[in-house]
Structures are given as C-alpha cells and as structure tokens.
Ligand binder design. Structure first.
Ligand code: PRX
Length: 682
C-alpha cells in the first residue's frame, strides 16, 4: 500500500547519511552555536558502539525496509513474541481514505495471543522469574516494595480469578481509578489476562469526569483504593468514587462491585465510608483466590483498553487500542528508542492514568522483561531532590520524564539514556537536561506521540543520530510522517505545516469507543488520505522534525491534555457565567497554562470571590489539574459578524503580544479588544 510516499524522507535521510555535516567530526555541545538547526550533538562513540542501531546508515537500512515492505518488516519483529496461533495473511490491511469508505486499520488479524502472557509467563519461561519486575517507591521516604516477575504473576492471577468469579468476561469493560500503587499495573495486567477491556481513569479526575467515563463504557466493576497520600496531602479517592457511582446510577449505569484496596498508610479501613453489598476490600478477598489463572487467548484485533482523552470539541473520547499491534509496537519502540538492554533499570515518571503510563510503564517495558520503577509520590516531596534520590536508590539507567519535571540537582552516575515527552522541549531546556542531568554523556530521546498513536512516532534512536537540541529528529520504523499545507498538499524539503501520517503503523488506535464516525471526522477528514495529528511541525534542511505544538483547541498542561471546550463548558455551568473562551498560554513551569476569558451574566459584578468560585467549578467538574491559571473578565468577546469567537486575538491578548493583534476590523464590535486589554491585569 505504500513505499513511494516516504521517498522524500528517504531522500533527506540518505543525503544526510552520505554527506554528514562537517561538524560530525567533532563533539559539539552547542552553546557556542548560533542557529539551533546547525547545532549538532554527536553521539558518544562508546554509546553508539553498543547501541541497537549504531549509525545513521543502519537506521536508514531498517527504515527503508520498514516502509517499503511493512508486512515483511513487522512480521519478522512480531515473530519474536508469543503467539498461540500465527496471524492470517495479509499481515495488515488498512483504509485511511474517507472517500474510499470506512476507515479501517488491522494488524496481525487472526493471530491469537495475550499481552499479559507476553509480559509475565513468557518472561518467566525464559528464565526471568526471579528478576525484579517492579521497584515500588512510596510517597513517604523509606516506604518501598519489590515484586519479581513470578510474584507479579501470582498477584495478577489472584485478581484475574476474582474478576472472573464476579462475572467479568472477555470484552467487558473494567474501570480502574487507582494512584500509582503496584495494584495499578497489576489491575491492568489482570484485565488483559482475561480479555477484559480496562479503562484507567487518572486518579486526579473529579467524580463528575469519572462518572461520565463510567456511563460511557458501563463497567460491572470499578477498582480503586480508599485514599492516597500525594506529597503531604491525603486524597480521599473512595469518596470521589462513591460520588461518581451515585451520579452514574442516576444516569442508568449501576456498577455492581467497587473493589477497594485498603491503602492504610493514607486512611484506615475504619475511617473509610462503605456501601454494604457493593464495596469489597481488595486484600480481604483476593488472597482467597488461586495464584494461577489460565490465559484468555484473544485475537490480535480484540480490544485491549479504552483510554479517554480530550479533543478540541465535545466530551472526552474513548480511544480504543487493540491487542496484537499495540503489543508489538509498544515493545519495539521501547527497545529501540531507549536502547533498552536487560541489565537496565527503567523509570518513567508518568502516571498509568495517561497513555505514557500504559505504553511505557506497563506494557512496552514488561513485554521486554524490564525492571520498572513505579513511584507513588510527587517529584518535589519531601523536597525537589526526590527524583534524583530515586535514580540513585535504584540505580536507574533509563529515565523518561516530561520537560516540566526537569527539576535541577546534579548528574547521576547510573543514567545511560534520558527521555522526554508531552510537549516540545526548548533547546535550552534540552541542553540543561543533557549537560547537567546526563553529564553530557546520555543521549536524549525526545519522543513525539499521542494517546491515539499508542507508541512513539517520531523519536531519536540513541546512538544512531547526531541530535539537535529541541528536535524529535526522525520517524520510528514504519512511520511515514508528512507535513501538509492548509489544502492538504504534501510539502517537500524544508517546510512547515500540519503534521499528518500516511499509512498505518501497528500501534495506531482503531476507533473511538462507540463513535466510529467521530473517529473518521476528527482524524481522517481534515486531510483526506492521512491521519491528522492536530500538531504543527517544521522539517529543517537536514530532514529533522521540530514539533511546534497543537494547532487545534487542545492545551497541554504539565503533560495533561485538556480540551478548551471542556474547560469552557465547566465555566459556563457556573450560574453567574454566561460565556467563556479558553486559550493556552506559555507557562514557565507547566509548558502551557490555561487562560480563561469569562463573560458574566448581566448585572453580576466581577469579584475575587467569583474568580475563586469559577476556578472551583472547573476543579470539581474536571479535576484540579484543569484549573485555570488566569481568569480574565471579559464584558464582551471578540467575535466575527457571524458570531464566531476570534481565538487568534484572544491568544495574543493572553500572551500580551498586543502589537501582533492583526486585523481587528472584521470584528462585529472592534471596541471589545481595547476593553479587554484595559482589563487585562485587573
Ligand atoms: O502536542 C503533542 C504533545 O502532546 C500531544 C499528545 O498528548 P497526549 O495524547 O496526552 O499524549 C501525551 C504523551 C504522548 C501531542 O499532540 N506532545 C507529546 N510528545 C511531544 C509533544 N509535543 C512535542 N514534543 C514531544 N516530544
């Protein structure tokens, strides 16, 4: 189905490989260089010598095959995994063009496998039963635990047996609302083992958000814990679940069982509110079940999980990933993008409530049999050195985090590879991460991807390429990124535009749960024939990719993806708010901050109390992480004559780029702009 489309990229890459810039001969750390595009950081030769992909030429060979013969490339890789039965022919089939009918992506169809089996049983069978699977580090200093692969299997099996016993079957949804206890990956794996479809809801979402997700996917059971300590604060998760379940019951969704882990370091069992007949203590019941459990063998295209994510409009959508392609893709990207070796200790700071935690805390690493650090707490508790203490304590060699977590201390000897995700990393932050944390020794994998993509799409392969600080570099094997203009025409060479992907990859999401039409219109209609990412991107003269952020109404706050429409609908639900427009602004710590313009109901005066109450409303409806950083009172909003809010102008006002407002003459009431500027800091 492809090959030709990647020709422009292959051209770039081959010309760079054939004529390396002259600086390839010297180690350049970049500070002295003027232009970021010419700023090359050369991989340490010792690192390259031991890397899975040691040079651009090697990358190029593999990349070329991956796009010219995807079926052959991916079936060779997939053959290294455990399949009860091999997939049918063809290896994959796809239609990514709306004009040719239903959008459809399938990989390894007919192949029978189980991802939990590949994570646990297969690694144990290979002799790694006694290897540490999880180093768990609690919120409080000195509180920790470990699980070997065999111990992890036993825990997963007990829970899987319990779930089966209460009637959870293949294809049933299970909602998981847990913090970063070991029970979170255990719960995910237990669902996967019996073919149930998990939907993890980040334990920072409010009861209303949780309820919305429960009503959408209708689970029989919710898995949670009574409370958690995050930093010095106790969060009563069970209360949030109780409220969510009461709310979803009102919306015709009754959950039979709430399995609750007693996290007694945060809250005693006695102080936990209890609903008889529905609530069950995890520890009391699970130990009664056997520690082995037969695997439910599933088709590669059977669903593995749902994960709700924000879009630019409407309510959160359930991104659906299936089993086989996701397994092969997350495990393979993990191995190559972090140059993973069996002796590594790997720590990803993401929470399993987000896609990063699904693909790169649980599945990708565990299919590889990696030792994974799972951290319950906050990176700045009890102080900002906590991350580095954890790196030292467990001798972490691969450290994967978000640019917002680049807390400073000093370099750590055990580190070998650094990773970054969630937002564009600016060149100076990149250099700091490289020079200070990595001691100028560790390559940085700036991984670009999304909930929808399942795994990395554009990422450096450590040791293979000279890096440019701030660039995610080149596509992963099999991925054909294209940059298009507004009309959807592919741009060649040095260019900048909308980032799309041509042709599918095994980890791609297959649909939005219960709404295939929205899947097609959101992702495949803007630029027919391509998957549209919603991000902007520039490709430089050497073919390196530079992500420039979202081009739609989605904001990335500290790596948490938030739709402006969701925050707006929370704000207007406040009885005194009549209209709201939310935009993202640059934020020093969070990457992006939430900036809300609000118009009040006629006659209501703006006050500090009202400001606080508006913010509270958002916290309650979505979660604390979505609270606006700034409320800007707007007696009127800039609108076109047809009534469309001009967000472009609001973004400029929010970032105080007042001399870049552009043409305001087409506004219905041009005067509102001056009024807004006057009220900016009131
Ligand atoms: O804008 C891009 C940004 O995060 C968005 C995806 O968010 P989410 O689905 O929540 O997944 C986050 C973790 C993969 C993208 O559309 N993004 C993610 N990684 C990068 C990035 N922007 C720039 N550079 C990255 N490395």
């Amino acid at each position: 189905t492809n090959g030709a489309g990647s020709s422009h990229l292959l051209r770039h890459v081959s010309s760079l490989a054939a004529n390396p810039p002259s600086r390839l001969n010297a180690v350049v750390l970049g500070d002295a260089l003027a232009s970021e595009e010419n700023d090359l950081v050369i991989p340490n030769p010792d690192f390259s010598a031991q890397a899975h992909v040691p040079s651009p030429a090697e990358y190029l060979d593999m990349y070329k095959r991956s796009v010219e013969d995807p079926a052959g490339f991916w079936s060779d890789i997939a053959s290294q995994f455990y399949w009860k039965q091999k997939w049918d022919s063809p290896v994959y089939s796809e239609n990514m063009d709306v004009s040719k009918g239903r959008i459809n992506i399938e990989w390894f169809k007919g192949g029978i496998t189980n991802i939990c089996y590949n994570c646990l049983d297969a690694n144990i069978a290979a002799g790694n039963g006694e290897k540490i699977a999880i180093y768990w580090e609690g919120n409080e200093l000195g509180v920790d635990a470990t699980l070997t692969y065999s111990q992890l299997l036993h825990k997963v099996c007990r829970l899987a047996n319990y779930l089966k016993d209460i009637g959870v079957k293949k294809g049933d949804a299970v909602v998981i609302y847990l913090p970063m206890l070991m029970e979170l990956p255990i719960a995910m794996l237990a669902c996967a083992r019996i073919g149930a479809v998990h939907s993890v809801v980040f334990a920072g979402f409010s009861s209303e958000s949780l309820s919305q997700r429960i009503v959408d996917c209708k689970p029989k059971v919710v898995l949670t814990c009574n409370a958690v300590k995050r930093g010095p604060k106790v969060i009563h998760l069970k209360d949030i679940v109780d409220a969510a379940l009461a709310d979803s019951a009102k919306n015709d969704t009754v959950v039979d069982v709430c399995l609750t882990y007693a996290n007694e370091s945060a809250l005693t069992k006695e102080s936990t509110k209890w609903v008889e007949g529905r609530d069950v203590w995890w520890q009391d019941i699970i130990s009664k079940y056997p520690n082995s459990c037969d695997v439910e063998w599933v088709d590669a295209e059977d669903p593995l999980f749902l994960l709700y994510t924000s879009g630019s409009t409407g309510k959160p959508k359930g991104v659906l990933h299936t089993t086989g392609g996701y397994m092969v893709y997350t495990a393979t990207t993990f191995k190559y993008a972090f140059d993973y070796k069996p002796s590594d200790v790997y720590w990803c700071t993401a929470d399993c409530g987000w896609i990063t935690g699904h693909s790169y805390v649980t599945y990708g690493p565990m299919v590889n049999g990696a030792t994974v650090v799972v951290f319950e707490g906050a990176p700045n508790y009890p102080d900002s050195g906590r991350c580095w203490d954890i790196v030292d304590k467990y001798k972490v060699s691969i450290f994967y985090t978000a640019p917002t977590l680049f807390v400073t201390r000093y370099s750590r000897k055990s580190l070998r590879v650094l990773g970054s995700v969630g937002e564009p990393i600016n060149p100076s932050a990149w250099r700091w991460f490289f020079n200070v944390v990595g001691d100028s020794r560790c390559p940085i994998s700036d991984t670009w991807w999304q909930t929808e993509t399942g795994g990395f799409l554009i990422t450096p392969l450590p040791g293979a390429w000279p890096q440019k600080p701030g660039s995610a570099t080149f596509p992963f094997f099999g991925v054909q990124p294209v940059i298009v203009d507004e009309k959807g025409a592919e741009l060649e060479g040095e260019c900048s535009g909308y980032l799309c992907v041509k042709s599918s990859w095994p980890g791609a999401f297959r649909t939005l749960y219960g709404d295939h039409e929205r899947y097609e219109t959101t992702y495949f209609s803007a630029f027919p024939g391509y998957y549209f990412s919603g991000d902007g991107c520039r490709r430089d003269k050497d073919g390196y990719h530079w992500l420039t952020g979202r081009v739609d109404d989605v904001i990335n706050v500290s790596g948490h993806r938030i739709g402006t429409a969701e925050v707006e609908s929370a704000l207007v639900s406040h009885p005194q708010c009549s209209e709201a427009a939310v935009v993202g602004v640059e934020h020093e710590v969070k990457g992006q901050g939430i900036y809300a313009f609000v118009t009040l109901v006629e006659g209501v005066p703006y006050s500090d109390d009202l400001r606080k109450s508006l913010i509270m409303t958002v916290r309650k409806q979505i979660g604390a992480f979505a609270a606006p950083d700034k409320i800007h009172w707007a007696p009127g909003l800039p609108k076109t004559r047809s009534g469309k809010i001009m967000r472009r102008i609001l973004r400029k006002i929010a970032s105080r780029q007042l001399n870049e407002l552009g043409d305001t003459s087409t506004l219905a009431e041009p005067g509102v702009v001056d009024q807004l500027i006057a009220l900016a800091d009131s």
